[in-house]
Write a protein that binds this ligand. Structure first.
Ligand code: GLV
Ligand code: MN
Ligand code: MN
Length: 432
C-alpha cells in the first residue's frame, strides 16, 4: 500500500468497516434496550455499558483506552509525536430516556471505524495522536446542563455544575461520577483532563435530528454552525387555584397563562421564520401539578421548561427581551406571576473555516452528494469551539427524527460520513 493511498482506497477501506460499525451499534442497542427505544442515562447503567463496549472494541483493535476524571473514554491511536496537539473525533454515549440508538453513538463508532480503516491502509503511525472521545452526559435531560462531559474534560464546567441533581435519581453529578470511580474533585481545579493545546481539532459526526437530508435526498451534510441557547429548566407560573365554576373575571389560571406564553413564543418564532432568521422554541415539559390538579379545579400552578435557540447573538438577545415583555403582559392581564428560575446558556458555535473546507474537499474528492447544514441541535463540538479548539461536523441522514425510539440510519449513509472523517484524518494526521 502506498504511503498516500488514493481517495478510492480510503473509501474501500472504510466500506470494509461495515461489520465493525454495524455490530457495535447492534450490541449497543441490545445492551441498552428500554421499551421501544434505548435508555443510556448519564452516569447510569446504559451509558456505562456503552463505554465498556467501546473499550472492548478498541482493545480488540489494539488501541489505547483511557478514562479521565469525569469518566469520558479516550481511544487513542498513538502518534509519532505524543506531545503534539491530537486530532479528535467523537460524540456522546448517553441517550434521552427511551431514545434512539444513534444520537451520539454514531459519532463514536464513526471515529473508531475511521481509525480502523486508516490502519487497514498500512500508513504507519500518524504524526500526532488520533483520539476517539466518548463523551459523558451530553443530554441535558439528566442534569439540566449542556455539554457536561465535554466541558468537564475541557475545564469549563460552571462552578455549581457538580451539585446539579440528576432528574430521576436526585443525586448530584459529583455523587454519580464518584460512584462510578471518577474524581469529581479533580474537575473544578486548574488542571483539566484536556489542558489547552492537547486537542488541535475536533470533528463530530452525528445523525441529523430533523429530516432535511431525507427531504433533500442526500446521505450526509457538512455542518456550518451549532445554535446557542438560553434555557430555564425549572420555570413556573403561579396563579390561584379555584373552582371550576368560577367566572372568568375572578380567575388567575396558571395553565392558560402558560399556554398564552407558549403561543406568544410560537408567534414570535413564526415572525422570525417569515424573516428567514432561524431560531427555535421548545417547551419540553409543560404540566399542572399532579398532586393538586383535577378536571374541576382551576390550576393554581403550572410548571414548564424553556429552551430558546438561535444562530446569532443579537437574535438571542432580542428573543430574551421579547420573552420578558411577553411575560410582563400576561402577568398584568391575568394576575399571575412567572418564576423563570435558574437560567443557563450555551454559546453559538461556528465550524472552523479550515476544517469545514477540508471536509467539503473530502466530500467532493470522494464524489459524494452532500450539502451544508446549520445544525438544529446542540452538540459537544460547541464546547470544543468555546474552548478555542477548531471544530467541524458531519451529519448523517435520519428519516424519523430524534429523541424518539424510531431514529433511522442506513449503514451505507454512516459509512459515507465515515469516509469523509477518514479522508480528513488522512489529510491532516500524517504530516511528515
Ligand atoms: C439536544 O440534543 C439539544 O439540541 O439541546
Ligand atoms: Mn440528543
Ligand atoms: Mn446528540
Amino acid at each position: 500500500m502506498s504511503p498516500r493511498p488514493s481517495t478510492s482506497e480510503v473509501a474501500a477501506s472504510v466500506a470494509a468497516q461495515r461489520h465493525l460499525a454495524g455490530s457495535f451499534l447492534d450490541e449497543l442497542r441490545a445492551g441498552t434496550r428500554d421499551g421501544p427505544g434505548v435508555t443510556r442515562a448519564a452516569y447510569g447503567d446504559g451509558e456505562e455499558f456503552a463505554h465498556a463496549l467501546l473499550a472492548r472494541y478498541a482493545t480488540d483493535l489494539g488501541l489505547e483506552v483511557t478514562r479521565d476524571a469525569a469518566l469520558n473514554t479516550y481511544v487513542t491511536w498513538p502518534g509519532r509525536d505524543r506531545a503534539a496537539p491530537a486530532l479528535a473525533m467523537g460524540s456522546h454515549l448517553d441517550s434521552v430516556p427511551q431514545g434512539g440508538n444513534f444520537d451520539g453513538a454514531a459519532g463514536v463508532v464513526a471515529g473508531l471505524a475511521a481509525i480502523a480503516a486508516l490502519r487497514g491502509l498500512g500508513l504507519g503511525r500518524p504524526s500526532c495522536d488520533i483520539i476517539v472521545m466518548a463523551i459523558r452526559a451530553e443530554e441535558s435531560v439528566w442534569f439540566q446542563l449542556s455539554y457536561t462531559g465535554s466541558r468537564a474534560a475541557l475545564g469549563m464546567l460552571p462552578p455549581q455544575a457538580l451539585s446539579a441533581r440528576r432528574t430521576d435519581t436526585n443525586r448530584s453529578l459529583a455523587e454519580h461520577i464518584a460512584a462510578l470511580g471518577g474524581h469529581p474533585e479533580a474537575l473544578s481545579g486548574s488542571s483539566p483532563p484536556l489542558p489547552p493545546g492537547r486537542i488541535g481539532a475536533f470533528v463530530e459526526l452525528h445523525i441529523e435530528q430533523a429530516p432535511s437530508l431525507v427531504e433533500a435526498g442526500l446521505p450526509i451534510a457538512i455542518g456550518t454552525a451549532i445554535p446557542g441557547n438560553f434555557r430555564h429548566p425549572s420555570a413556573c407560573v403561579i396563579g390561584q387555584q379555584g373552582h371550576v365554576g368560577l367566572p372568568r373575571r375572578f380567575r388567575h389560571d396558571a395553565a392558560l397563562a402558560a399556554s398564552e406564553l407558549a403561543l406568544g413564543l410560537d408567534a414570535i418564532w413564526q415572525e422570525h421564520e417569515a424573516a428567514r432568521t432561524p431560531m427555535a422554541v421548545t417547551i419540553g415539559r409543560f404540566h399542572t401539578d399532579a398532586r393538586s390538579h383535577g378536571m374541576t379545579i382551576v390550576p393554581g400552578r403550572f410548571d414548564f421548561s424553556l429552551d430558546i435557540r438561535a444562530y446569532d447573538e443579537a437574535v438571542l438577545t432580542g428573543l430574551e427581551t421579547r420573552l420578558h415583555e411577553l411575560i410582563a403582559g400576561i402577568e398584568a392581564r391575568r394576575g399571575v406571576r412567572f418564576e423563570l428560575g435558574p437560567r443557563t446558556s450555551a454559546p453559538i458555535a461556528r465550524a472552523d473555516p479550515t476544517i469545514r473546507a477540508a471536509l467539503e474537499a473530502g466530500a467532493r474528492e470522494l464524489d459524494l452528494s452532500w450539502c451544508l447544514l446549520e445544525s438544529p441541535a446542540s452538540h459537544d463540538a460547541a464546547a470544543f469551539a468555546a474552548a478555542g479548539i477548531p471544530t467541524g461536523m458531519v451529519f448523517v441522514r435520519n428519516a424519523n427524527g430524534s429523541h424518539n425510539p424510531s431514529e433511522h440510519m442506513e449503514l451505507d449513509d454512516l459509512l459515507t460520513g465515515i469516509a469523509v472523517l477518514a479522508h480528513w484524518v488522512r489529510g491532516v494526521g500524517f504530516v511528515a
